[in-house]
Design a protein. Structure first.
Length: 596
């Protein structure tokens, strides 16, 4: 079907617990808009063991809401004739635990990290990174691969024309492990080789008879270059052909869709890349779930994604507490509570993952933990989203094993234009101001940053739609997906409580901001204003220390938030009474919890 003939689009996202379905329709001059949304439990596990049942149930809810037939039995009606059916059906999936991979390189800090970036960008969860220099003995690596049972292995290593010895050794370890796939036993495990092209013949002789081996271009052809796209595309193709084909009901689902099924995280990354490219902006996004947290970023047109597999708001909430520590969680709680009380609340959430806060203090505690989960995940993201390592000096593999020079993180929050939040704790916060505050506290944006949140988590479906109809995906993303929270203006620099850090105006409203203070200037959704900013000596709002800046800012449900709480460092008072007083004053400034 031609793009201009598409008027009605149905898209599902098959998650590990819930299958979400949206219907997008063309509405004349309005363009493409979200019509309705439905959901149903995912049915990939027993007793149903057929993912299409959950899809049909979700589509049936959409059918009831829209008031026209979309199904005939369990068949999606196509094309749309004005009275029934849809023109296009698309789907993404993370059911069955998503795509779980082991990656291997020669030097962990170089080709190992490039392999991680390739796998993460393709939508995978990286279970382990193996390398010649990771100080584990061969038998330990073999045992680990057998124990993990990944869906796929990505083997990289060596620049083109370099030594092949260590690449071949890694292939021998994988061959000796002879890993069995996690799903199904009737197919060979997919292994992708994206390393030194001179090593291909030996790698093929070792692995070809033991697995489904695919060879793609080297993801690190030279020390100075990284070529991730061929490996990413092959990972997604293998995921569809081998891994998805083994999951219950997926062969049938693959026959229904009009575009290849994408892993959910890859689809989210795809729409973020498209928005960053369209507007020429740097952006960061986060999707926080019950077990994992995904962080995405596009800085200088370079896309990165990381998965914090142990940080979430239900199943993994105890991991957040363990890694953040008591003091870091409690610093966000605006009232006094005992340690045992906090620990009990956390354990209750872990063993009752679907429960939601029903008292205000429970909500505050959950949102405090969310801040730390986001902060820890963003810290991990910054460590991996780096420039290429190992380009500082030449030499053979023997003298670069210990080379740890890094190009530094690509994440520069001062140049961050847009921050996108997603996930239940952010998307379903009772007040949008709470979402804005959680994002600000966790990411500590600097200068001028637009704050947004995904309204109902439709980014996966829009990501796969962008392959078929980019214009429709962009229109729905802008009009129905994103909720515009407002803009954060945060001067950077150390200071003393009460000292003036910024003066200026937002439109016709003048302001003066002191260190340690939060203020809000009202500016509604869809409205813009000229911000004239004059930082005090030593402070930076994006034009350099002490340099004034004039820029157009966008309004939102919260308005323009002037954040004078300090950056580099950002510190909360050590004294408990003073800390609580500060938190309460900030909460009141944004009206986070009315009546507090």
């Amino acid at each position: 079907m031609r793009m201009q003939d598409i008027k009605s689009i149905l898209a599902t996202d098959c998650g590990s617990t819930t299958t979400k379905c949206i219907l997008i329709e063309h509405r004349g001059e309005e363009g493409f808009r979200l019509a309705v949304r439905g959901e149903a439990p995912t049915t990939v596990e027993a007793p149903a063991e057929d993912v299409t049942q959950g899809v049909v149930n979700a589509v049936a809810e959409v059918q009831e809401l829209i008031g026209r037939p979309l199904l005939e039995g369990s068949t999606i009606l196509k094309p749309y004739d004005g009275k029934q059916g849809v023109d296009v059906y698309l789907s993404t999936s993370s059911a069955g635990g998503g795509l779980q991979m082991v990656v291997a390189g020669v030097v962990k800090e170089m080709t190992g990290e490039s392999a991680q970036r390739a796998a993460l960008g393709a939508g995978a969860i990286v279970m382990e990174t193996l390398a010649s220099n990771d100080k584990r003995l061969p038998h330990e690596k073999i045992a680990l691969i057998r124990q993990l049972r990944p869906d796929m292995v990505l083997l990289s290593g060596g620049v083109d024309g370099g030594t092949v010895k260590h690449v071949v050794e890694m292939a021998q370890i994988i061959g000796a492990a002879d890993p069995r796939p996690r799903l199904g036993a009737s197919y060979d495990l997919p292994i992708i080789f994206a390393g030194n092209k001179q090593a291909r013949p030996e790698v093929q002789s070792i692995l070809e008879k033991k697995c489904a081996l695919d060879v793609v271009d080297n993801l690190r052809p030279t020390m100075e270059t990284e070529n991730l796209q061929p490996a990413r595309l092959k990972i997604q193709a293998q995921f569809l052909e081998h891994v998805m084909a083994q999951a219950p009901g997926y062969p049938k689902l693959m026959g229904w869709v009009d575009e290849e099924i994408m892993p959910t995280p890859a689809a989210v990354g795809s729409i973020m890349e498209r928005i960053a490219e369209k507007y020429g902006i740097n952006l960061a996004g986060v999707d926080i779930g019950g077990a994992t947290t995904d962080v995405f970023s596009v800085f200088g047109k370079v896309f990165n994604r990381t998965v914090s597999a142990n940080y979430g708001m239900s199943y993994s909430i105890s991991n957040v507490f363990a890694d953040a520590g008591l003091d870091n969680v409690m610093r966000w709680v605006p009232f006094d509570m005992e340690e045992w009380d906090l620990r009990n609340r956390i354990k209750n959430k872990m063993i009752r993952p679907t429960s939601i806060p029903y008292l205000l203090d429970e909500l505050m505690v959950e949102q405090a933990i969310c801040r730390e989960a986001l902060r820890l995940s963003f810290d991990q993201h910054k460590l991996l989203a780096t420039g290429l390592k190992g380009v500082q000096r030449a030499g053979d593999i023997s003298n670069i094993f210990d080379q740890k020079g890094s190009g530094g993180t690509l994440v520069d929050v001062m140049t961050l234009d847009m921050l996108i939040g997603s996930g239940g704790v952010l998307s379903h916060a009772p007040r949008r101001q709470q979402t804005a505050m959680m994002l600000m506290d966790a990411f500590l944006p600097e200068g001028i940053t637009q704050l947004t949140v995904d309204s109902i988590f439709m980014m996966p479906q829009l990501g796969v739609l962008a392959r078929v109809h980019p214009e429709a995906a962009t229109q729905v993303f802008e009009k129905d997906c994103l909720i515009w929270l407002g803009t954060c203006i945060a001067p950077v620099g150390p200071g003393k409580e009460g000292k003036r850090v910024l003066t200026g105006s937002i439109g016709s409203t003048s302001f003066e901001l002191s260190y340690g203070e939060l203020k809000v200037v009202p500016l509604a959704v869809g409205e813009t204003a000229t911000a004239t900013l004059k930082p005090e000596k030593g402070y930076d709002v994006g034009a350099g220390k002490s340099q004034p800046l004039e820029k157009t800012v966008h309004g939102g449900l919260t308005g323009i938030i002037l954040d004078g709480r300090g950056r580099k460092p950002f510190n909360l008072p050590k004294d408990k009474i003073e800390r609580i007083r500060k938190l309460v004053s900030w909460n009141q400034a944004l009206n986070l919890y009315p009546g507090l």
